[in-house]
Design a protein around this ligand. Structure first.
Ligand code: CO
Length: 144
């Protein structure tokens, strides 16, 4: 298993417009992309954090995963996403160690990347997402 850096932190917010304003206007982050991920019932603003990203996540549905998270725990860090070289192989390796997987196979996440979530039951209560490197937008520019 080979980890290749933090791809992004997923941050659950209650009010995306207000959070976007704080992170861009006050903190100076640049918006990389904005999208709605239907199957996660979430509206996403991705910010360039320099070699990795912050994903501001607002639920489009109170019964969606982010809606429930914010209702229960308030806004805050929802998940951490780490890059791996071969996502499918990593999932098999973790499964063999007894880690419970939310996604047994890679699926398409925000921005069309291959992603999979591990079950927080198996990971000290922390929601971990793995994604397959390379990732176009959040990589540092290659030295020429
Ligand atoms: Co994510």
């Amino acid at each position: 298993m080979r980890y290749r850096g933090i791809d992004h932190l997923g941050i659950a917010v209650a009010d995306l417009a207000a959070a976007r304003d704080v992170f861009t206007r006050l903190l100076g982050f640049r918006v990389v992309e904005e999208e709605v991920v239907e199957d996660q019932r979430v509206r996403v603003v991705k910010l360039d954090a320099g070699g990795s990203e912050l994903e501001l996540l607002e639920s489009t549905d109170p019964e969606g995963p982010i809606g429930k998270f914010v209702a229960k725990r308030g806004p805050g860090i929802h998940h951490v996403t780490v890059r791996v070289d071969d996502l499918r192989a990593t999932l098999r390796e973790l499964e063999a160690k007894g880690i419970e997987l939310i996604d047994r196979e890679p699926r398409e996440g925000a921005g069309g990347k291959k992603i999979a979530f591990l079950h927080p039951k198996s990971t000290a209560g922390i929601l971990i997402e793995l994604c397959e490197a390379p990732v176009r937008s959040s990589r540092p520019p290659r030295a020429s």
